[in-house]
Design a protein around this ligand. Structure first.
Ligand SMILES: [Zn+2]
Ligand SMILES: [Zn+2]
Ligand SMILES: [Zn+2]
Ligand SMILES: [Zn+2]
Length: 358
């Protein structure tokens, strides 16, 4: 991850940036202004914390935006732009919530405060707001903040050479054995990963040939993240034989937390309900749904201490007949679809009950 990208993840993300006046964005993080200030030399608008972290307080000050040389940096809280911001309608970057800028800050703090102060364990919705707290407010603050350091460290180039999990679903058809597939699992940190959409969900297609269905199969999804600075996951689907009745097979769906670049900033154990859907492709909305509830004693939901946590999921998600019987509504053109929905707002599984998956 480049420094530029890391910088651009520090501030206030919105889902409808293209609909908002470009003058309301920070010249450093390129995100919607948060606690805006204005440089007196040229009127450039920045988030307070972006300015503090990126523009030197050394004297004299040379403005990187207008090259003016001043005895020292001069900036003012920008009340004018704050009033304009308060009239902006925002769309959440992570869920379907929409509302005013002011309410958005409350929404983020209530539902997306996934970043944790390492000193007092209070939760924040952006790296900027956490750092501002940790360095200026936190009563347990260290003399020197370690957060910037750890973020910069994660910028080091990945030296990982072997990638067995490819960008598309990897088929490990003949290797059903769990420990075997775990050995094969070797993720490169710079692996392109997908993000949840604004409905907080993501759909993975899994391709199975007729011959695969009859033998045991196991497939991984692409790596995916809740947000760019959020939690990383990978999904695995496989067929499982009933231990009591060898003729009865099930589709199993598992999810694993994968070690991510920002884990040290995130709240663990993972605090949201995860819904897994086998999607009805007929448009009747007869999805098969299972939920993984947050559980503070569940090791699989704790902060990953290795490349990837143990799996958590549903062994008997549904009888395998659901996808391999003739005319199945869950299996079309040799593909079945698994949707993952992270329920940030606690709405339950209904948002997708009657939605057609295309
Ligand atoms: Zn300037
Ligand atoms: Zn900024
Ligand atoms: Zn949201
Ligand atoms: Zn703190």
């Amino acid at each position: 991850m480049s420094t530029q990208l890391t910088k651009s993840l520090r501030g206030l993300q919105v889902g409808n940036a293209n609909d908002i006046d470009t003058t309301l964005f920070c010249a450093i993080c390129n995100l919607l202004l948060h606690k805006p200030i204005q440089l007196l030399c040229c009127g450039t608008r920045l988030c307070r914390w972006c300015s503090k972290k990126n523009l030197s307080d050394s004297e004299p000050f040379v403005c990187p935006f207008c090259q003016t040389k001043l005895p020292q940096k001069q900036e003012l809280a920008d009340r004018g732009v704050e009033r304009v911001l308060n009239r902006v309608i925002t769309l959440c970057y992570s869920c379907s919530w929409t509302g005013s800028y002011k309410d958005y800050l409350n929404h983020l703090q209530e539902y997306h405060a996934d970043i944790e102060c390492a000193n007092c364990h209070e939760h924040f919705f952006s790296i900027n707001s956490m750092e501002e707290h940790a360095e200026e407010i936190c009563e347990y603050r260290c003399v020197q903040s370690e957060f910037s350091l750890s973020i910069e460290e994660s910028n080091t180039a990945c030296s990982c050479e072997s990638k067995t999990v490819s960008n598309t679903s990897t088929q490990l058809t003949s290797k059903h054995n769990q420990s075997k597939t775990n050995n094969e699992f070797n993720l490169c940190r710079s692996e392109a990963s997908k993000l949840l959409n604004t409905n907080s969900s993501i759909v993975f297609p899994f391709h199975l040939d007729q011959t695969d269905i009859n033998s045991l199969f196991s497939m991984y999804s692409t790596l995916f993240k809740t947000t760019q600075v959020g939690y990383s996951f990978i999904l695995r689907v496989c067929s499982t034989k009933d231990s009591a009745n060898q003729n009865q097979q099930y589709l199993s769906v598992f999810i694993s937390l994968v070690r991510g670049e920002f884990d040290q900033l995130l709240v663990f154990p993972f605090p949201y309900t995860i819904f897994l859907y086998l999607c009805d492709q007929s448009g009747q909305g007869k999805h098969i749904i299972s939920a993984i509830k947050p559980d503070s004693n569940e090791l699989a939901l704790s902060r990953p201490s290795s490349e990837k946590n143990d799996e958590i999921g549903v062994m008997n998600f549904c009888p395998l007949n659901c996808i391999n019987e003739a005319g199945s509504i869950y299996f079309k053109d040799n593909v079945f679809l698994i949707r993952v929905f992270i329920d940030f707002l606690d709405t339950g599984p209904t948002p997708f009950q009657f939605e057609t998956v295309t």
